[in-house]
Design a protein around this ligand. Structure first.
Ligand SMILES: CC(C)(COP(=O)(O)OP(=O)(O)OC[C@H]1O[C@@H](n2cnc3c(N)ncnc32)[C@H](O)[C@@H]1OP(=O)(O)O)[C@@H](O)C(=O)NCCC(=O)NCCS
Length: 176
């Protein structure tokens, strides 16, 4: 997928192992601001196939985003980040559109996110989640068995609240 931004074409592609260092560089300042949660390098390698990378015409990594499957019909957009120098030029849009297309391709029908960027996600069809009605009680009890922090965020569990204070939980449906 390619767009022509203000100065140069931007391409979105699957992540490679060599991108992990750049993903970590994108996440680090946002983790300092408590916007994203930084993870150990090993977690990015383990989750690498969830990631899409945005690169500029020279091949520099300028953005990233991941789609993490939670359940048969449910996945989370996580670690969506555009380099500061590239914000407001459609890179986040391109990444998110690709992640939503990935969701359709693998059979997911609903996509969740936890974010401060409410306007951006609303423009992409997400709505604020008012309660847990997105999952039935049976699935909720199964999801409780997950060790994943993102799933805990989705379930709004107390143990992740110190890290997610002020974030908005949002969800949208996607179609195949
Ligand atoms: C959320 C985030 C990824 C958006 O990235 P981005 O590359 O700036 O996104 P876009 O450029 O597609 O859209 C941003 C704004 O620029 C505008 N814009 C989009 N394309 C544009 C273009 N070609 N030219 C000018 N402006 C444009 C849009 O109106 C949009 O406004 P909105 O946010 O009110 O919808 C970025 O702000 C970020 O890294 N935030 C920190 C991490 C985070 O909170 N991630 C979400 C939780 S996982």
């Amino acid at each position: 997928m390619t767009l022509t931004a203000q100065t140069a074409p931007v391409t979105v592609r699957r992540a490679r192992t060599s991108d992990v260092q750049y993903i970590r560089e994108l996440v680090a300042p946002l983790a300092d601001e408590r916007v994203l949660i930084a993870k150990e390098a090993v977690a990015y390698y383990e989750g690498l196939q969830e990631f899409r990378i945005a690169q500029d015409a020279e091949g520099n990594v300028i953005g990233c985003g991941a789609l993490h499957v939670m359940w048969e019909d449910l996945a989370e957009v996580r670690t969506l980040a555009t380099h500061r120098d590239w914000r407001g030029r459609g890179v986040g849009h391109l990444l998110l559109e690709q992640l939503l297309a990935d969701a359709v391709e693998i059979g997911v029908s609903r996509v969740f996110c936890l974010t401060f960027e409410v306007d951006f996600f609303q423009r992409h069809g997400f709505e604020v989640m008012e309660n847990q009605s997105a999952v039935d009680p049976q699935v909720y009890s199964e999801l409780l068995r997950s060790q994943d922090e993102g799933v805990a965020e989705f379930l709004d569990l107390a143990r992740v609240k110190p890290n997610t204070l002020g974030n908005t939980r949002m969800i949208r449906t996607v179609r195949g």
